[in-house]
Design a protein around this ligand. Structure first.
Ligand SMILES: *Cc1c(COP(=O)(O)O)cnc(C)c1O
Length: 361
């Protein structure tokens, strides 16, 4: 950036770095928790048909309230939710931004429990919200007691709970969500981007929505649905929260192409989600194999695995890239995160890592 533009920039943004997972052209890309499986032919055909159905009407603005799409999302989630409880945007990142624009911003505070999703502090910064870096236990878990202690101390306007948590893969018990709701007076946002990958018996915070008007659960079609390129995130909350977001959303933020594509995809939800079981199998395989290699491995309810006890994690990351395997350095010294891909991708990663560890133990 030139000095002149630096001078013009908002004071609180000066010197900050943008979000930037490397987009490298390598054979095996396991760094952004995408779903490795392309859309099945029948789903792709439905989406193409739905898109051509709206192309001629692109002279008109889309349905500003995306009512039909929100109804489809409510039906997908169940839990007695209806269209008034759902809101959708261009990725759950835009949902998070709208939540902070409406409920946080200058003079207000958001709290998250680090290490967690790096966009929570970044979107807080871009909306002028003060960020409080809360802490997890050493094993990346978060007990109700520890969470309550930090909420009581900082009295944040917004609390982020990420479950299953990115980058650790750990899920939270609903006791933690309930305790945080009870301990504070602000909005509690449970980011469930990876909910569909959770192991059996891990409950969703959707269950707690009835009777908790300060609770918001965010979801996305980017991960389990394999729909990252379409940009469709959403939330479920009390209808009053959805009403409040109307004050900050841009008019017609969701294009008719996006709405049509997402509705067509949701019409095939079981087919799209059929890859989830295969991905969970590869995730569990990665956990087993990395444990066998003597590495520390965080238990995962997501489509990725955080592993550690690496003497030089940056060198391991680099050597894997040299072998055509891109995984993620999440900025936790000694740890790296790998997405569970197809069986072949997972094999390529495990073989490359085994070789790299032999070279630099
Ligand atoms: C990937 C991810 C998201 C999804 O973002 P989109 O904007 O919906 O693609 C949200 N939260 C977490 C924790 C994630 O890892």
């Amino acid at each position: 950036m030139t000095d002149e533009i630096q001078r013009l920039l908002r004071d609180d943004l000066r010197g900050r770095s943008p979000y930037g997972a490397p987009q490298l052209d390598v054979a095996v890309r396991l760094n952004t928790n995408e779903n490795s499986y392309p859309l099945p032919g029948e789903v792709a055909a439905s989406i193409e048909k739905a898109l051509s159905g709206v192309v001629r009407d692109l002279n008109r603005y889309p349905d500003r309230d995306a009512v039909e799409l929100r109804r489809d999302l409510a039906n997908y989630l169940g839990h007695d939710l209806d269209v008034a409880n759902l809101w959708a945007a261009n990725g759950s990142n835009e949902i998070l931004q709208q939540l902070l624009q409406a409920f946080a911003g200058p003079g207000r505070t958001a709290l998250g429990f680090t290490p967690a999703y790096s966009m929570h502090p970044l979107i807080s910064a871009s909306t002028g919200t003060a960020w409080v870096d809360g802490h997890r236990e050493a094993d990346f878990g978060l007990s109700a007691e520890r969470a309550v202690d930090q909420v009581t101390r900082h009295r944040p306007d917004v609390v982020f709970l990420c479950s299953p948590n990115n980058p650790t893969g750990t899920a939270l018990g609903l006791d933690v969500v309930e305790a945080v709701l009870e301990a504070g007076t602000g909005l509690v946002v449970v980011d469930e981007a990876y909910a569909e990958f959770a192991r059996d018996g891990v409950p969703s915070a959707l269950r707690l929505l009835g009777g908790n008007p300060r609770l918001v659960v965010t979801r996305t079609m980017s991960k389990a649905f394999g729909f990252a390129g379409a940009r469709l995130g959403y939330l479920a909350a009390d209808a009053a929260v959805v009403d409040a977001l109307q004050l900050v959303r841009l008019p017609y933020h969701l294009s008719s192409l996006t709405q049509a594509a997402a509705r067509a995809a949701l019409g095939h939800a079981p087919t799209l989600l059929s890859t989830v079981a295969a991905i969970k199998e590869q995730r569990d395989r990665v956990v087993t194999e990395l444990t066998r290699l003597g590495l520390a491995v965080a238990p995962s309810d997501a489509n990725f695995v955080l592993f550690g006890s690496l003497a030089d994690s940056k060198a391991v990351w680099r050597s894997l890239v040299d072998r055509g395997v891109l995984i993620r350095d999440v900025g936790l010294d000694g740890w790296l995160r790998v997405t569970a891909g197809t069986p072949d991708e997972t094999t390529a990663f495990l073989e490359a890592l085994t070789a790299v560890l032999k070279e630099n133990p």
